[in-house]
Design a protein around this ligand. Structure first.
Ligand SMILES: *Cc1c(COP(=O)(O)O)cnc(C)c1O
Length: 405
């Protein structure tokens, strides 16, 4: 298997990109879907922003270094990677905060409708944000299982809000089909692209999506707590109103007027002063993903995950796959169910294979295609097989849970 892996690596058109990331020795990193790796160019860029733009040029950098345009500039670079046009995307705030802004905007555009429809088991923050709005009397939360979502779209639904690639199972929704069904029922659609953006092709405009959000620190490698991004379809840019009416979203922030007037374009999604260091780091990550190209990343991601499954099967590892077996129906990850998933995950981490555990019984491996090799797949599969065969995970040290799992 190792031989075959090395053969595949030698023919991998993306092999040179691995060297553009800092990858610690002795680690096989299968968690790029939680926190992407550090691009080698990031420390140097941050050093420049800190020492020169901040340290030397000080406040002038808002103009001279283009700080004021950074949220829109990074957003415009993310746009083509998610099937959007540059003026429809902005990098700002966290995914959670952007969800609040866009759910609110959608509800305000749907007089007489209050229901936000989603699925049980969606990423917690997505459900919690609807919950919080329900407590304020702004929304009504309705959850329906995947197979019943289309049926649940009646004339009280203002917004269908879904995560394109499920964080636990990796299963993807058919964005075009669900968006169409929502529109047919008079509902708007908000897609959370956190586990899709930067790894698989997304066609927001092609699907006529209304709104979207996504994460900067996963496949875009923007660093811990990197700013997120938000998309508003061109046809809604004028009508959409978001409730966090901070001064940076004003049409003329530096007119210092007493009255709020929303910026006409995507900048209306801004609230407070943008985090320049975080945006500068995110820009490096986005540039690198754009340079590699989503189609090539997606092709490699599918090849990696299929090869991983093949390695497991050749080793006779019997563990329940909860991700779709068809690579076209999943994101860049494979998840397995095991009642001792937590301890197995810890035992793997002890061997330098970093995947993650999702409560209560999911063992999740993300295959960030920009920097992983087929050799990593073969080795990770070998470690998993050994951990299971030897019962190594039963050791006491692997049972204890840390604060972040
Ligand atoms: C990672 C993730 C988030 C993260 O939200 P934050 O506000 O950055 O903590 C949101 N939604 C989904 C689906 C995610 O996978």
């Amino acid at each position: 298997m190792l031989e075959r892996a090395r053969f595949l690596d030698a023919g991998d058109p993306l092999r040179e990109f691995r060297d553009r990331f800092m990858l610690p020795d002795g680690v096989i990193y299968l968690d790029g879907n939680s926190l992407g790796c550090l691009p080698k160019a990031t420390p140097a860029r941050l050093e420049e922003v800190v020492r020169e733009e901040w340290g030397r040029d000080l406040i002038r950098s808002w103009n001279t270094a283009g700080w004021i345009d950074l949220p829109a500039r990074v957003g415009a670079k993310i746009a083509p990677l998610i099937g959007a046009r540059p003026h429809q995307v902005i990098a700002c705030d966290s995914t959670s905060v952007n969800l609040f802004k866009l759910i609110s905007a959608a509800l305000a555009m749907q007089p007489g409708r209050k229901v936000v429809l989603s699925e049980p088991g969606n990423f917690p923050t997505d459900l919690y944000m609807i919950d919080g709005m329900e407590r304020q009397g702004l929304a009504k939360r309705r959850l329906a299982e995947r197979g019943q979502l289309i049926e649940a779209l009646d004339d009280s639904v203002a917004l269908l809000m879904l995560t394109h690639t499920h964080y636990k199972t990796g299963e993807t929704f058919d964005m075009a089909e669900l968006t169409r069904a929502a529109h047919d029922a008079g509902a708007l659609v908000l897609w959370d692209l956190s586990h899709s953006g930067g790894a698989l092709p997304v066609d927001l405009d092609g699907c006529a999506a209304d709104f979207a959000v996504g994460c900067g620190y996963k496949y875009f490698n923007g660093g811990p707590g990197a700013p997120a991004y938000a998309f508003v379809a061109e046809k809604h840019l004028e009508a959409a109103r978001q409730p966090l009416t901070g001064w940076m979203g004003h049409a003329a922030p530096f007119a210092f007027s007493d009255d709020y007037e929303a910026a006409p374009g995507i900048e209306k999604l801004l609230c407070g002063t943008p985090p320049i260091l975080g945006l500068a780091a995110l820009e490096v990550g986005v540039d690198l993903i754009a340079e590699i190209g989503i189609d090539r990343l997606y092709a490699k991601s599918q090849a990696l995950s299929e090869f991983f499954r093949q390695c497991l099967s050749e080793r006779g590892v019997a563990i329940d796959l909860v991700s779709p077996t068809d690579p076209a129906r999943r994101g860049s990850q494979l998840s397995f169910r095991h009642q001792d998933a937590y301890a197995i995950c810890q035992a793997l981490i002890g061997r330098g294979v970093i995947g993650d555990f999702r409560d209560p019984d999911i063992l999740r491996f993300g295959f960030a295609p920009a920097y992983l090799r087929f050799e990593d797949m073969a080795e990770a599969a070998r470690h998993l097989a050994e951990v299971l065969e030897t019962g190594e995970w039963q050791r006491g040290e692997f049972q204890e849970r840390a604060a972040v799992t």
